[in-house]
Design a protein around this ligand. Structure first.
Ligand code: ACO
Length: 374
Protein backbone atom coordinates (compact mmCIF):
# COMPACT_ATOMS: atom_id res chain seq x y z
CA UNK A 1 0.00 0.00 0.00
CA UNK A 2 1.12 3.59 -0.50
CA UNK A 3 0.54 6.45 1.91
CA UNK A 4 -1.30 6.13 5.23
CA UNK A 5 0.00 6.45 8.79
CA UNK A 6 2.49 3.94 10.14
CA UNK A 7 2.48 2.79 13.75
CA UNK A 8 6.14 1.97 14.31
CA UNK A 9 6.49 -1.21 16.31
CA UNK A 10 2.69 -1.66 15.97
CA UNK A 11 2.29 0.58 19.03
CA UNK A 12 -1.36 0.72 20.15
CA UNK A 13 -2.48 -1.35 17.15
CA UNK A 14 -5.17 -3.79 18.27
CA UNK A 15 -4.96 -6.98 16.20
CA UNK A 16 -7.25 -9.41 18.01
CA UNK A 17 -9.66 -10.08 20.84
CA UNK A 18 -8.17 -12.23 23.57
CA UNK A 19 -9.58 -13.56 26.83
CA UNK A 20 -6.26 -14.67 28.30
CA UNK A 21 -4.40 -11.72 29.81
CA UNK A 22 -5.19 -8.11 30.62
CA UNK A 23 -2.52 -5.51 31.32
CA UNK A 24 -3.68 -2.34 33.01
CA UNK A 25 -0.69 -0.22 32.01
CA UNK A 26 -1.81 2.87 33.95
CA UNK A 27 -2.96 1.05 37.07
CA UNK A 28 0.03 -1.32 37.12
CA UNK A 29 -2.08 -4.47 37.17
CA UNK A 30 -1.62 -7.77 35.36
CA UNK A 31 -4.57 -10.14 35.15
CA UNK A 32 -4.61 -13.76 33.93
CA UNK A 33 -8.13 -14.94 33.04
CA UNK A 34 -9.59 -12.50 35.57
CA UNK A 35 -7.14 -13.17 38.43
CA UNK A 36 -4.64 -10.58 39.65
CA UNK A 37 -1.04 -11.71 39.31
CA UNK A 38 -0.41 -10.66 42.93
CA UNK A 39 -3.00 -13.18 44.16
CA UNK A 40 -1.63 -15.88 41.89
CA UNK A 41 1.95 -15.23 43.03
CA UNK A 42 0.83 -15.50 46.64
CA UNK A 43 -1.53 -18.46 46.46
CA UNK A 44 -1.09 -20.39 43.22
CA UNK A 45 1.54 -22.64 41.64
CA UNK A 46 2.99 -22.70 38.14
CA UNK A 47 1.07 -25.90 37.33
CA UNK A 48 -2.23 -24.32 38.44
CA UNK A 49 -1.42 -21.20 36.41
CA UNK A 50 -0.91 -23.41 33.32
CA UNK A 51 -4.35 -24.91 33.87
CA UNK A 52 -5.84 -21.44 34.24
CA UNK A 53 -4.21 -20.17 31.05
CA UNK A 54 -5.12 -23.22 28.95
CA UNK A 55 -8.62 -23.96 30.24
CA UNK A 56 -9.73 -20.45 31.24
CA UNK A 57 -10.62 -21.25 34.85
CA UNK A 58 -9.04 -22.49 38.07
CA UNK A 59 -8.96 -26.30 38.37
CA UNK A 60 -10.71 -28.43 40.97
CA UNK A 61 -8.24 -30.48 43.10
CA UNK A 62 -8.66 -33.61 40.96
CA UNK A 63 -8.21 -31.66 37.72
CA UNK A 64 -5.00 -30.11 39.03
CA UNK A 65 -3.72 -33.52 40.06
CA UNK A 66 -4.44 -34.88 36.59
CA UNK A 67 -2.64 -31.96 34.97
CA UNK A 68 0.35 -32.45 37.28
CA UNK A 69 0.64 -36.11 36.42
CA UNK A 70 0.28 -35.40 32.70
CA UNK A 71 3.12 -32.87 32.90
CA UNK A 72 5.29 -35.29 34.89
CA UNK A 73 4.60 -38.03 32.34
CA UNK A 74 5.76 -35.84 29.45
CA UNK A 75 9.12 -34.66 30.82
CA UNK A 76 11.48 -37.16 29.18
CA UNK A 77 13.39 -36.20 26.06
CA UNK A 78 13.80 -38.73 23.23
CA UNK A 79 17.23 -40.34 22.97
CA UNK A 80 17.60 -38.96 19.44
CA UNK A 81 17.19 -35.42 20.77
CA UNK A 82 19.75 -36.08 23.52
CA UNK A 83 22.23 -37.20 20.86
CA UNK A 84 21.54 -34.04 18.92
CA UNK A 85 22.08 -31.87 22.02
CA UNK A 86 25.39 -33.68 22.53
CA UNK A 87 26.41 -32.77 19.00
CA UNK A 88 25.69 -29.05 19.44
CA UNK A 89 28.98 -27.19 20.11
CA UNK A 90 29.17 -26.26 23.81
CA UNK A 91 29.78 -22.60 22.92
CA UNK A 92 26.22 -22.36 21.54
CA UNK A 93 24.07 -20.09 23.66
CA UNK A 94 21.27 -21.98 25.45
CA UNK A 95 18.59 -19.89 23.69
CA UNK A 96 20.12 -20.73 20.32
CA UNK A 97 20.16 -24.39 21.37
CA UNK A 98 16.55 -24.15 22.61
CA UNK A 99 15.34 -22.77 19.28
CA UNK A 100 16.95 -25.78 17.57
CA UNK A 101 15.91 -28.15 20.36
CA UNK A 102 12.19 -27.31 20.11
CA UNK A 103 12.29 -27.48 16.34
CA UNK A 104 14.17 -30.81 16.34
CA UNK A 105 11.94 -32.31 19.04
CA UNK A 106 9.07 -32.08 16.60
CA UNK A 107 10.68 -34.75 14.37
CA UNK A 108 10.62 -37.25 17.22
CA UNK A 109 6.99 -36.60 18.23
CA UNK A 110 3.90 -38.48 17.08
CA UNK A 111 2.12 -36.75 14.19
CA UNK A 112 -1.16 -36.43 16.04
CA UNK A 113 0.50 -34.05 18.57
CA UNK A 114 1.17 -31.65 15.72
CA UNK A 115 -2.37 -31.20 14.46
CA UNK A 116 -4.05 -27.93 15.50
CA UNK A 117 -6.98 -29.83 17.04
CA UNK A 118 -4.64 -31.74 19.40
CA UNK A 119 -2.76 -28.66 20.54
CA UNK A 120 -3.60 -29.09 24.21
CA UNK A 121 -1.52 -32.29 24.08
CA UNK A 122 1.30 -30.34 22.44
CA UNK A 123 0.96 -27.55 25.02
CA UNK A 124 1.35 -30.06 27.86
CA UNK A 125 4.26 -31.78 26.15
CA UNK A 126 6.22 -28.62 25.36
CA UNK A 127 5.65 -27.12 28.80
CA UNK A 128 6.72 -30.39 30.43
CA UNK A 129 9.80 -30.98 28.29
CA UNK A 130 11.39 -27.54 27.91
CA UNK A 131 13.09 -27.68 31.35
CA UNK A 132 14.51 -31.13 30.50
CA UNK A 133 15.97 -29.91 27.19
CA UNK A 134 17.59 -26.91 28.88
CA UNK A 135 18.96 -28.84 31.86
CA UNK A 136 20.22 -31.69 29.65
CA UNK A 137 22.07 -29.28 27.37
CA UNK A 138 23.54 -27.46 30.36
CA UNK A 139 24.90 -30.75 31.75
CA UNK A 140 26.16 -32.00 28.39
CA UNK A 141 28.05 -28.79 27.64
CA UNK A 142 29.94 -29.28 30.91
CA UNK A 143 30.81 -32.85 29.92
CA UNK A 144 28.30 -34.31 32.43
CA UNK A 145 25.46 -36.77 31.89
CA UNK A 146 21.92 -35.36 31.93
CA UNK A 147 19.96 -35.92 35.14
CA UNK A 148 16.64 -37.72 34.59
CA UNK A 149 13.53 -35.84 35.77
CA UNK A 150 12.03 -36.86 39.12
CA UNK A 151 8.31 -37.61 39.21
CA UNK A 152 7.94 -36.63 42.88
CA UNK A 153 9.13 -33.06 42.27
CA UNK A 154 6.98 -30.22 40.99
CA UNK A 155 7.91 -28.26 37.89
CA UNK A 156 10.20 -25.66 39.50
CA UNK A 157 11.84 -28.10 41.91
CA UNK A 158 12.43 -30.64 39.16
CA UNK A 159 14.15 -28.10 36.92
CA UNK A 160 16.57 -27.08 39.67
CA UNK A 161 17.14 -30.76 40.44
CA UNK A 162 17.93 -31.60 36.80
CA UNK A 163 20.55 -28.82 36.67
CA UNK A 164 22.60 -30.16 39.56
CA UNK A 165 21.34 -33.63 40.51
CA UNK A 166 20.52 -32.32 43.97
CA UNK A 167 17.18 -31.34 45.46
CA UNK A 168 17.15 -27.55 45.82
CA UNK A 169 16.62 -25.44 48.92
CA UNK A 170 12.81 -24.91 49.38
CA UNK A 171 13.20 -21.10 49.34
CA UNK A 172 14.78 -21.32 45.85
CA UNK A 173 12.00 -23.59 44.70
CA UNK A 174 9.35 -21.18 45.98
CA UNK A 175 11.04 -18.15 44.37
CA UNK A 176 11.41 -19.96 41.05
CA UNK A 177 7.79 -21.14 41.12
CA UNK A 178 6.65 -17.54 41.69
CA UNK A 179 8.92 -16.30 38.88
CA UNK A 180 7.39 -18.92 36.58
CA UNK A 181 3.88 -17.71 37.47
CA UNK A 182 4.87 -14.08 36.86
CA UNK A 183 6.43 -14.74 33.45
CA UNK A 184 3.73 -17.10 32.19
CA UNK A 185 1.86 -14.68 29.98
CA UNK A 186 1.84 -11.05 28.98
CA UNK A 187 -0.79 -10.38 26.36
CA UNK A 188 0.53 -9.61 22.85
CA UNK A 189 4.23 -9.32 23.71
CA UNK A 190 6.65 -9.84 20.82
CA UNK A 191 7.26 -13.59 21.24
CA UNK A 192 3.59 -14.38 21.79
CA UNK A 193 2.69 -12.34 18.74
CA UNK A 194 5.21 -14.21 16.63
CA UNK A 195 3.78 -17.52 17.92
CA UNK A 196 0.30 -16.36 16.93
CA UNK A 197 1.45 -15.22 13.49
CA UNK A 198 2.93 -18.68 12.85
CA UNK A 199 -0.18 -20.42 14.21
CA UNK A 200 -2.40 -18.19 12.07
CA UNK A 201 -1.02 -19.86 8.94
CA UNK A 202 -2.31 -23.12 10.50
CA UNK A 203 1.25 -24.25 10.95
CA UNK A 204 1.81 -26.64 13.86
CA UNK A 205 2.36 -25.86 17.53
CA UNK A 206 6.06 -26.82 17.49
CA UNK A 207 6.72 -24.38 14.64
CA UNK A 208 4.82 -21.63 16.45
CA UNK A 209 6.81 -22.20 19.67
CA UNK A 210 10.06 -22.28 17.69
CA UNK A 211 9.19 -18.83 16.29
CA UNK A 212 8.46 -17.63 19.81
CA UNK A 213 11.76 -18.90 21.24
CA UNK A 214 13.69 -17.08 18.50
CA UNK A 215 11.79 -13.88 19.30
CA UNK A 216 12.18 -14.14 23.08
CA UNK A 217 15.94 -14.46 22.64
CA UNK A 218 16.50 -10.79 21.73
CA UNK A 219 17.90 -8.35 24.32
CA UNK A 220 14.92 -6.02 24.01
CA UNK A 221 12.65 -8.87 25.14
CA UNK A 222 13.58 -11.97 27.17
CA UNK A 223 17.31 -11.44 26.74
CA UNK A 224 17.13 -8.37 28.98
CA UNK A 225 17.33 -10.36 32.25
CA UNK A 226 20.77 -11.66 31.32
CA UNK A 227 21.93 -8.21 30.22
CA UNK A 228 20.83 -6.77 33.58
CA UNK A 229 23.13 -9.09 35.49
CA UNK A 230 26.01 -8.44 33.07
CA UNK A 231 25.53 -4.75 33.93
CA UNK A 232 25.54 -5.53 37.68
CA UNK A 233 28.83 -7.38 37.31
CA UNK A 234 30.28 -4.55 35.21
CA UNK A 235 29.40 -2.07 37.92
CA UNK A 236 31.41 -3.84 40.67
CA UNK A 237 30.21 -1.75 43.64
CA UNK A 238 27.14 0.23 44.75
CA UNK A 239 29.23 3.46 44.81
CA UNK A 240 29.90 3.18 41.06
CA UNK A 241 26.24 3.01 40.07
CA UNK A 242 25.57 6.71 39.59
CA UNK A 243 28.49 7.40 37.27
CA UNK A 244 27.97 4.12 35.34
CA UNK A 245 24.29 4.81 34.69
CA UNK A 246 24.62 8.51 33.90
CA UNK A 247 27.45 7.84 31.45
CA UNK A 248 25.43 5.13 29.73
CA UNK A 249 22.43 7.44 29.45
CA UNK A 250 24.63 10.26 28.15
CA UNK A 251 25.70 7.89 25.35
CA UNK A 252 21.96 7.30 24.66
CA UNK A 253 22.30 3.65 25.61
CA UNK A 254 19.38 1.80 27.11
CA UNK A 255 19.50 0.46 30.64
CA UNK A 256 18.17 -3.08 30.47
CA UNK A 257 15.34 -4.00 32.82
CA UNK A 258 13.65 -0.61 32.51
CA UNK A 259 10.82 0.76 30.42
CA UNK A 260 7.86 -0.96 28.91
CA UNK A 261 5.58 -0.45 25.95
CA UNK A 262 2.42 -0.90 28.03
CA UNK A 263 3.21 -0.09 31.68
CA UNK A 264 3.36 3.61 32.45
CA UNK A 265 3.83 2.86 36.15
CA UNK A 266 5.72 0.10 37.93
CA UNK A 267 5.42 -3.36 36.41
CA UNK A 268 3.68 -5.36 39.19
CA UNK A 269 5.94 -8.34 38.43
CA UNK A 270 9.02 -6.24 39.21
CA UNK A 271 7.61 -5.32 42.63
CA UNK A 272 7.06 -8.99 43.56
CA UNK A 273 10.45 -10.11 42.24
CA UNK A 274 12.18 -7.25 44.09
CA UNK A 275 10.91 -8.76 47.35
CA UNK A 276 12.11 -12.24 46.40
CA UNK A 277 15.49 -10.91 45.25
CA UNK A 278 15.85 -9.12 48.58
CA UNK A 279 14.89 -12.20 50.57
CA UNK A 280 17.28 -14.47 48.68
CA UNK A 281 20.10 -11.92 48.92
CA UNK A 282 19.61 -11.72 52.70
CA UNK A 283 19.55 -15.50 52.99
CA UNK A 284 22.76 -15.81 50.99
CA UNK A 285 24.51 -13.20 53.13
CA UNK A 286 25.73 -11.46 49.96
CA UNK A 287 23.42 -8.55 49.17
CA UNK A 288 25.83 -6.67 46.83
CA UNK A 289 24.00 -7.39 43.55
CA UNK A 290 20.68 -6.47 45.14
CA UNK A 291 22.03 -3.19 46.51
CA UNK A 292 23.51 -2.33 43.10
CA UNK A 293 20.14 -3.00 41.46
CA UNK A 294 18.32 -0.82 43.98
CA UNK A 295 20.79 2.01 43.30
CA UNK A 296 20.39 1.56 39.54
CA UNK A 297 16.63 1.74 40.02
CA UNK A 298 16.94 5.00 41.94
CA UNK A 299 19.30 6.65 39.44
CA UNK A 300 17.32 5.57 36.34
CA UNK A 301 14.09 6.83 37.88
CA UNK A 302 15.70 10.11 38.84
CA UNK A 303 17.36 10.63 35.44
CA UNK A 304 14.71 9.25 33.06
CA UNK A 305 11.52 8.71 35.10
CA UNK A 306 11.55 5.05 34.00
CA UNK A 307 10.27 2.16 36.11
CA UNK A 308 11.74 -1.35 36.28
CA UNK A 309 10.17 -4.14 34.25
CA UNK A 310 10.04 -7.86 35.07
CA UNK A 311 13.64 -8.35 33.95
CA UNK A 312 15.30 -6.10 36.54
CA UNK A 313 15.12 -8.43 39.52
CA UNK A 314 14.55 -11.87 37.97
CA UNK A 315 18.25 -12.39 37.18
CA UNK A 316 19.26 -11.55 40.75
CA UNK A 317 16.84 -14.21 42.00
CA UNK A 318 18.17 -16.81 39.57
CA UNK A 319 21.76 -15.93 40.42
CA UNK A 320 21.07 -16.48 44.14
CA UNK A 321 19.71 -19.94 43.25
CA UNK A 322 22.95 -20.77 41.43
CA UNK A 323 21.44 -20.69 37.93
CA UNK A 324 24.11 -19.63 35.41
CA UNK A 325 23.55 -16.30 33.68
CA UNK A 326 23.04 -17.65 30.19
CA UNK A 327 20.15 -19.79 31.45
CA UNK A 328 18.13 -16.77 32.64
CA UNK A 329 16.36 -16.27 29.32
CA UNK A 330 15.72 -20.01 28.91
CA UNK A 331 14.08 -19.91 32.37
CA UNK A 332 11.81 -17.19 30.97
CA UNK A 333 10.96 -19.58 28.11
CA UNK A 334 10.22 -22.42 30.57
CA UNK A 335 7.47 -20.23 31.94
CA UNK A 336 6.28 -18.34 28.85
CA UNK A 337 5.73 -21.53 26.87
CA UNK A 338 2.51 -21.89 28.89
CA UNK A 339 1.30 -18.49 27.65
CA UNK A 340 2.52 -19.04 24.09
CA UNK A 341 0.60 -22.29 23.88
CA UNK A 342 -2.54 -20.75 25.43
CA UNK A 343 -2.40 -18.06 22.74
CA UNK A 344 -1.77 -20.59 19.98
CA UNK A 345 -4.86 -22.52 21.14
CA UNK A 346 -6.87 -19.29 21.16
CA UNK A 347 -5.60 -18.40 17.68
CA UNK A 348 -6.59 -21.82 16.28
CA UNK A 349 -10.04 -21.53 17.87
CA UNK A 350 -10.94 -18.42 15.86
CA UNK A 351 -8.36 -18.13 13.14
CA UNK A 352 -7.77 -15.66 10.38
CA UNK A 353 -4.29 -15.42 8.89
CA UNK A 354 -2.35 -12.48 10.40
CA UNK A 355 -1.09 -10.45 7.52
CA UNK A 356 -0.58 -6.73 8.18
CA UNK A 357 0.35 -4.14 5.56
CA UNK A 358 3.28 -1.79 5.03
CA UNK A 359 3.60 1.59 3.43
CA UNK A 360 5.73 1.17 0.34
CA UNK A 361 8.45 3.84 0.13
CA UNK A 362 10.43 2.61 -2.90
CA UNK A 363 10.19 3.48 -6.60
CA UNK A 364 7.52 1.99 -8.87
CA UNK A 365 8.45 2.91 -12.44
CA UNK A 366 12.01 1.76 -13.04
CA UNK A 367 12.84 0.37 -16.49
CA UNK A 368 14.53 -3.05 -16.41
CA UNK A 369 18.14 -2.86 -17.68
CA UNK A 370 19.49 -6.14 -19.10
CA UNK A 371 22.43 -7.56 -17.11
CA UNK A 372 24.99 -7.02 -19.90
CA UNK A 373 24.12 -3.31 -20.09
CA UNK A 374 24.57 -2.52 -16.35
N1 ACO B 1 16.79 2.86 29.11
C1 ACO B 1 16.91 4.12 28.68
N2 ACO B 1 15.97 4.76 27.97
C2 ACO B 1 14.86 4.07 27.69
C3 ACO B 1 14.67 2.75 28.12
C4 ACO B 1 15.70 2.14 28.86
N3 ACO B 1 15.57 0.88 29.30
N4 ACO B 1 13.46 2.30 27.71
C5 ACO B 1 12.91 3.32 27.04
N5 ACO B 1 13.76 4.39 27.02
C6 ACO B 1 13.53 5.67 26.40
C7 ACO B 1 13.91 5.56 24.92
O1 ACO B 1 15.25 5.88 24.67
C8 ACO B 1 12.94 6.55 24.30
O2 ACO B 1 13.42 7.85 24.55
P1 ACO B 1 13.36 8.99 23.42
O3 ACO B 1 11.90 9.17 23.15
O4 ACO B 1 14.03 10.14 24.06
O5 ACO B 1 14.09 8.41 22.24
C9 ACO B 1 11.68 6.37 25.13
O6 ACO B 1 12.13 5.93 26.41
C10 ACO B 1 10.71 5.36 24.53
O7 ACO B 1 11.41 4.14 24.35
P2 ACO B 1 11.16 3.10 23.18
O8 ACO B 1 12.33 2.21 23.01
O9 ACO B 1 10.66 3.82 21.96
O10 ACO B 1 9.94 2.30 23.80
P3 ACO B 1 9.32 0.97 23.22
O11 ACO B 1 7.95 0.91 23.73
O12 ACO B 1 9.54 0.87 21.76
O13 ACO B 1 10.24 -0.17 23.89
C11 ACO B 1 11.19 -1.54 25.51
C12 ACO B 1 9.93 -0.81 25.06
C13 ACO B 1 11.73 -2.40 24.36
C14 ACO B 1 10.87 -2.46 26.67
C15 ACO B 1 12.23 -0.49 25.94
O14 ACO B 1 11.77 0.18 27.09
C16 ACO B 1 13.60 -1.10 26.17
O15 ACO B 1 14.36 -1.28 25.22
N6 ACO B 1 13.92 -1.47 27.47
C17 ACO B 1 15.17 -2.12 27.74
C18 ACO B 1 15.10 -3.59 27.38
C19 ACO B 1 14.26 -4.38 28.35
O16 ACO B 1 14.37 -4.24 29.55
N7 ACO B 1 13.43 -5.25 27.78
C20 ACO B 1 12.53 -6.10 28.54
C21 ACO B 1 11.13 -5.68 28.28
S1 ACO B 1 10.00 -6.57 29.23
C22 ACO B 1 10.01 -8.08 28.55
O17 ACO B 1 10.23 -8.32 27.42
C23 ACO B 1 9.78 -9.16 29.42
Amino acid sequence: MQGGPVSRGLEDVVVANSAITFIDGKGGRLIYRGYDIRDLAQHSTFEETCYLLWYGRLPKPQELEQLRSKLVGRREIPLGLERLLEAIPAKTSPMEMLRTGVSALSSFEPDDLKRPESSIGGALRLTAVLPTIIAAYHRLRQGKRPVAPRADLDHAANFLYMLTGEVANPSYVKALDVALILHADHEFNASTFSARVTASTLSDLYSAVTSAVGTLKGPLHGGANEEVMRMVHDIHSPEEVESYVTQKLARHEKIMGFGHRVYKVEDPRAAILREYAKRLAQESGDPKSFVILRNVEEVVHHEKGLYPNVDLFSGACYESMGIPMDLFTPVFAISRVSGWTAHILEQYSDNRIIRPASTYTGPTDLAYVPLAQR
